[in-house]
Design a binder for this molecule. Structure first.
Ligand code: NAD
Length: 435
């Protein structure tokens, strides 16, 4: 098929590349000229395992190309995917301006039956707004050109995006016409997974409900971990014991310093806002959001417990990304922690080989000394904290680093190190819900 993907971010670039890998002709469109120029030059704007190799291969085999103009490619497209951002608006609801811009452009440009598929995460009801935007453009043109709008939410995870896209747990497609159902079924026919066909509103809702459920599990186990801290229970055993119950399962039961990223915080908030707009109080989801805000303070609170006053204390931070294997720093717990440390007059050093450039770019106002290696983070630090459980930190020679520190406190915000070993090395080691 001939596919156009609008928006070349984490979702658009991965989706477009993987559709090309499945044998389709794909053009990725982005209004960011630098991004497209970089892609022309073989520079990949995001870090994602296996992506560069797949892009190079599909560009070389002429199934994948890039452009800044939808008008250059729409005439050839059977399907246009919209994978633009839906950031949190000022009031917390999803900001649909980019999605609607794409819909208007689509309405201005189509010349034959074309399908517009929303891959972005959008609140239930958005497809109707998208259709209206397209109709309004066709009306201005005084033409009627048939089109369909489809919802095909994306469930890939940053850090394993290519693998997730190629081997998804499920594919959800919401349609309201036979023609678009036929195209979407054909597009996904070679995927060895369940294709769930639904109405459009349900497809839109499935994405939010899924993310809210995952966020709920995280906030739930974090709350249990905080209680473990006080009672002497060990949250690792607790989540293992819970997870062995088939009805519960073991995934997303790892305690830590709170969830971040470009999806959970904004999607949880947007779902609350959708509830409000229909007069439904989302009390569970509200509690999840509040619990996460508090959890992002947990590492800072532990530092305060240790030191009382953090003025002039040298605090080393390992990890700035919101999770390992990505350079995405949006809503990372590191942001809240560093703000607190800056306010208290602490001296902050941080290391994250993949995410530090992004962090420095997006959070210029934060006062951080960015380190080129782990050793510099440890040197003369009073405490070192782990915010992202990169494998590099788990595998590190902590016994050697111990001797470089001024103090011996380590706060493990991801419960990724062994308690016994860390104590043997002489660390004052604290984690979340484990003694
Ligand atoms: P992103 O911010 O990384 O990328 C969005 C891209 O769209 C940017 O490159 C921007 O320049 C481009 N863009 C904006 N308006 C455009 C226009 N009119 N024409 C062409 N390009 C345009 O976003 P992302 O993280 O890829 O997320 C995209 C959507 O997918 C969001 O709704 C998000 O919630 C959802 N989603 C994200 C993930 C994830 O892990 N990042 C997973 C599943 C779903």
């Amino acid at each position: 098929m001939n596919i156009t993907v609008v928006g070349t971010g984490y979702v658009g670039l991965v989706s477009g590349t993987c559709f090309a890998e499945m044998g389709n002709n794909v053009t990725c469109v982005d209004i960011d000229e630098k991004k497209i120029q970089d892609l022309y030059n073989g520079i990949i704007p995001i870090y994602e395992q296996g992506l560069k190799e797949l892009i190079d291969k599909n560009v070389c085999q002429k199934r994948l190309s890039f452009t800044t103009k939808l008008s250059n490619v729409i005439d050839n497209a059977d399907i246009v995917f919209s994978a633009v951002g839906t950031p949190m608006g000022e009031d917390g609801s999803a900001d649909l301006q980019y999605v609607l811009n794409v819909a208007h452009e689509f309405g201005k440009l189509i010349k034959k039956y074309t399908i517009l598929v929303t891959k972005s995460t959008v609140p239930v009801g958005t497809a109707e707004l998208v259709k209206s935007a397209i109709y309004s453009e066709l009306k201005k043109r005084g033409e009627y050109i048939p089109f369909d709008v489809v919802s095909n939410p994306e469930f890939l995870k940053e850090g394993s995006a290519v693998k997730d896209f190629m081997n998804p747990d499920r594919i959800v497609v919401g349609t309201d016409s036979e023609e678009s159902t036929k195209y979407m079924t054909e597009l996904y026919k070679d995927y060895q997974t369940k294709l769930l066909l639904t109405d459009i509103a349900s497809a839109e809702m499935i994405k939010y409900a899924s993310n809210a459920m995952l966020a709920t599990r995280i906030s739930f186990i974090n709350e249990i971990a905080n209680l473990c801290d006080k009672t002497g229970a060990n949250v690792d055993f607790v989540s293992k014991g819970m997870g062995l119950d088939e009805r519960i399962g073991s995934k997303f039961l790892k305690a830590g310093c709170g969830y971040g990223g470009s999806c959970f915080p904004k999607d949880v908030k947007a779902l609350i806002k959708t509830g409000e707009s229909y007069g439904i109080e989302m009390s569970v989801i509200n509690a999840v959001e509040n619990a996460n805000k508090k959890q992002k303070q947990v590492v800072y609170n532990k530092l305060i417990e240790e030191f009382g006053d953090l003025k002039d204390k040298k605090i080393g931070i390992l990890g700035l990304a919101f999770k390992p294997n990505t350079d995405d720093v949006r809503e990372s717990p590191a942001i809240d922690l560093i703000k607190n440390l800056n306010n208290d007059g602490a001296i902050v050093k941080a290391y994250d080989s993949k995410a530090k450039d992004n962090f420095a770019k997006f959070y210029k106002e934060l006062n951080v000394d960015y380190c080129e290696d782990m050793a510099t983070v440890f040197t003369n630090s009073d405490a070192v904290v782990i915010i992202t459980d990169w494998q590099e930190f788990i595998n590190a020679r902590w016994d050697i680093f111990r001797n470089m520190m001024a103090g011996n406190t380590v706060i493990d915000g991801r419960n990724c190190l062994n308690i016994k070993t860390m104590k043997q090395y002489g660390f004052n080691y604290k984690s979340i819900g484990r003694k």
